[in-house]
Design a binder for this molecule. Structure first.
Ligand code: HEC
Ligand code: HEC
Length: 364
């Protein structure tokens, strides 16, 4: 070798994934997990419940879905799993404004918390997807997320020793198909529920578990001065049926993300986003579709005196609170103590379950 010869770069070492999932035997009974009676008997929640008759949850199906959810081998470079952006310790969001996928790719929007998907009939920030079985394949194929050629999934997973048996238990034979991957992921996600917060405990006890500050925040949240509950309503603190502008920008498209209009190309739909659930909101910072607010106090300050005028501004956030959309924004006369009380209330919506060490945590 002569000294002047350019060194040949070392090839990147192949990624050896030799960790086997640790799974309980018998399987965890995902199929028996049911929502509380109060949810099942609530007429509003019943309107939103997803009909999963085509893909009912089975214990083996959800178990397979759990392994797939945490397995980076589902991505082109074997480094990114669903859980890279949906982490159990963050209410299944990821703590970043936007998320990093394979090959330096960055997502356009803030990773969404995964909340009570059994009641979520419209998916993504702009509700562009309706069916979870179709949705779960989108991030796998997306070049900035997992970058995987969907047609290559069966071959990739056939090379992984533990999958044959997991597919056989879930579907009756060892055949690995992309459709089965989607069915299993959807079963796992639908079995995941968030119904055990201090707020839920309060519903049982008349809120005797709340501090004076949390009680004040609760009454502010549900009163006409803030109107929070007019949009973040129901037991799930959301409005699943309608997209709305909550006044973040004067022109969302110009600010970088036009919401539904990006998908439909119709500029009249600028700024329309889903009224997402506020459950686990204390775990899923930063906030809004682009993660622009780092803290809940910033969110409350925005609603109190930062709502921007917009032709689609929802009427509930206008000064009159009734009539057509697009009226001048409301201002909420909230002092600092009241704003902190609202934040304290929002923090009571966090699930107290330790999801990391649960049947919904990583099996690896
Ligand atoms: C690189 C980061 C990233 C990865 C990897 C990723 N996601 Fe996501 N996920 C996001 C972002 C960002 C959104 C919101 C996208 C949007 O609205 O345009 C999202 C939205 C979702 C939603 C919609 C939730 C709702 O309430 O509408 C589901 C469900 C979901 N992801 C499941 C998955 C699954 C399953 C995987 C693995 C197969 C996965 N994600 C991989 C970033 C990621
Ligand atoms: C007119 C309906 C409406 C009202 C009233 C409303 N919101 Fe929202 N909220 C939305 C919409 C729509 C979004 C998503 C906006 C986006 O990201 O572009 C949102 C997002 C949020 C988020 C961020 C969620 C996340 O996962 O990032 C929080 C927190 C929040 N709202 C709290 C409140 C509070 C507190 C109030 C009362 C002071 C309130 N909202 C009143 C419609 C509303």
């Amino acid at each position: 070798m002569t000294a002047c010869k350019k060194p040949v770069p070392e090839p990147e070492p192949p990624i050896v994934v030799d960790v086997w999932p640790e799974l309980p035997d018998p399987a965890f009974p995902y199929s028996e997990v049911t929502f509380p009676e109060t949810w099942l008997n609530d007429p509003a929640m019943n309107l939103f419940h997803v009909n999963d008759a085509n893909n009912p949850i089975t214990d083996a199906g959800a178990t397979l879905g759990r392994v797939l959810f945490y397995d980076p081998q589902l991505s082109s470079n074997m480094r990114v799993s669903c859980a890279s952006c949906h982490r159990p310790e963050h209410g299944f969001a990821d703590g970043e404004a936007v998320s990093s996928g394979v090959e330096g790719g960055v997502t356009h929007r803030n990773s969404m918390a995964l909340i009570n998907l059994a009641y979520q009939r419209r998916l993504f920030w702009d509700a562009r997807e309706a069916e979870l079985e179709a949705q779960v394949l989108k991030p796998i194929a997306h070049p900035d997320e997992m970058g995987m050629d969907l047609a290559a999934i069966p071959v990739r997973l056939e090379g992984v020793p533990y999958y044959g048996e997991l597919f056989a238990e879930a579907f009756g034979d060892e055949e690995i198909t992309t459709d089965r991957v989607a069915l299993a992921l959807a079963q796992f996600l639908r079995s995941l529920q968030t119904t055990s917060s201090r707020y839920d405990a309060g519903l049982e006890t008349g809120f005797s578990n709340f501090t004076a500050q949390e009680l004040e925040g609760k009454s502010l949240f549900f009163n006409g001065e803030t109107r929070c509950a007019q949009c973040h309503g129901t037991l799930n603190f959301f409005t699943p049926s309608e997209l709305m502008v909550n006044g973040l920008d004067v022109n969302y498209g110009a600010a970088g993300d036009g919401g539904l209009s990006e998908f439909t190309g119709n500029p009249a739909q600028d700024g329309l986003f889903r009224v997402v659930s506020l459950r686990n909101i204390g775990l899923t910072a930063p906030y809004m579709h682009d993660g622009r607010f780092a803290t809940l106090r910033e969110v409350v300050d925005f609603y109190a005196d930062g709502i921007q005028p917009h032709p689609n501004l929802n009427h509930r956030l206008s000064d009159t609170g009734v009539g057509p959309n697009g009226q001048p924004p409301m201002a909420m006369p909230l002092n600092s103590a009241q704003r902190e009380a609202l934040v304290a209330f929002l923090l009571t919506l966090s699930d107290t379950t330790d999801f990391v060490n649960s049947p919904w945590g990583s099996p690896f």
